[in-house]
Design a protein around this ligand. Structure first.
Ligand code: ZN
Length: 169
């Protein structure tokens, strides 16, 4: 396993639409292992492959609390089969937009279909933080960041702030 570099805004690759995965094989599992290690090191609770510069429809996630055992989750070619009309706000952040947090409103429940680490098809219902996180990560697969859900002014301020941090680092 190896740590990968996490791209931050305004890196153009983050705007890429990720391609479907053709086969869940050892190469893909190696990528997912690297992504997981990179996410834990950041630390974060979700990471899409495009955030480490690989435009494939792959997401890793771990929603366990710090005191709980690690519970890695892997989502390959995820699709939303259903979303609730009911929405809920949540203060989101993103490893590609460091130090910026803002409220985004999304459907509070969704039904998902995806391939897991073994390449098996799974259907699963998501609510709460899980629903927020999977929708945030699936946005990445379309080249959409959570700041794209904010006003243009807030989005521009966020990118400016991240640029400033990068210069100071
Ligand atoms: Zn993100």
């Amino acid at each position: 396993m190896a740590l990968r570099e996490i791209l931050v805004v305004p890196h153009p690759v983050l705007k890429t639409i990720s391609a479907p995965v053709a086969a869940v094989d050892d190469d893909l599992r190696a990528l997912m292992d690297d992504m997981l290690e990179t996410m834990y090191a950041a630390p974060g609770i979700g990471l899409a492959a495009v955030q480490v510069g690989v435009a494939k429809r792959v997401i890793v996630m771990d929603l366990a609390r710090p005191e709980e055992p690690k519970a890695p989750r892997f989502y390959i070619n995820p699709e939303i089969l259903w979303a609730s009309d009911e929405t809920a706000p949540y203060e989101e952040g993103c490893l590609s937009v460091p130090e910026i947090y803002d409220e985004v409103e999304r459907p509070s429940r969704v039904k998902l279909r995806y391939l897991n680490y073994q390449g098996e098809q799974v259907e699963e219902d998501a609510e709460g933080l899980f629903a927020v996180c999977i929708q945030h990560e699936m946005d990445h697969l379309e080249g959409v960041l959570f700041i794209d859900h904010l006003s243009r002014l807030k989005r521009e301020q966020a990118v400016k702030k991240v640029r400033k941090q990068a210069k100071a680092a």
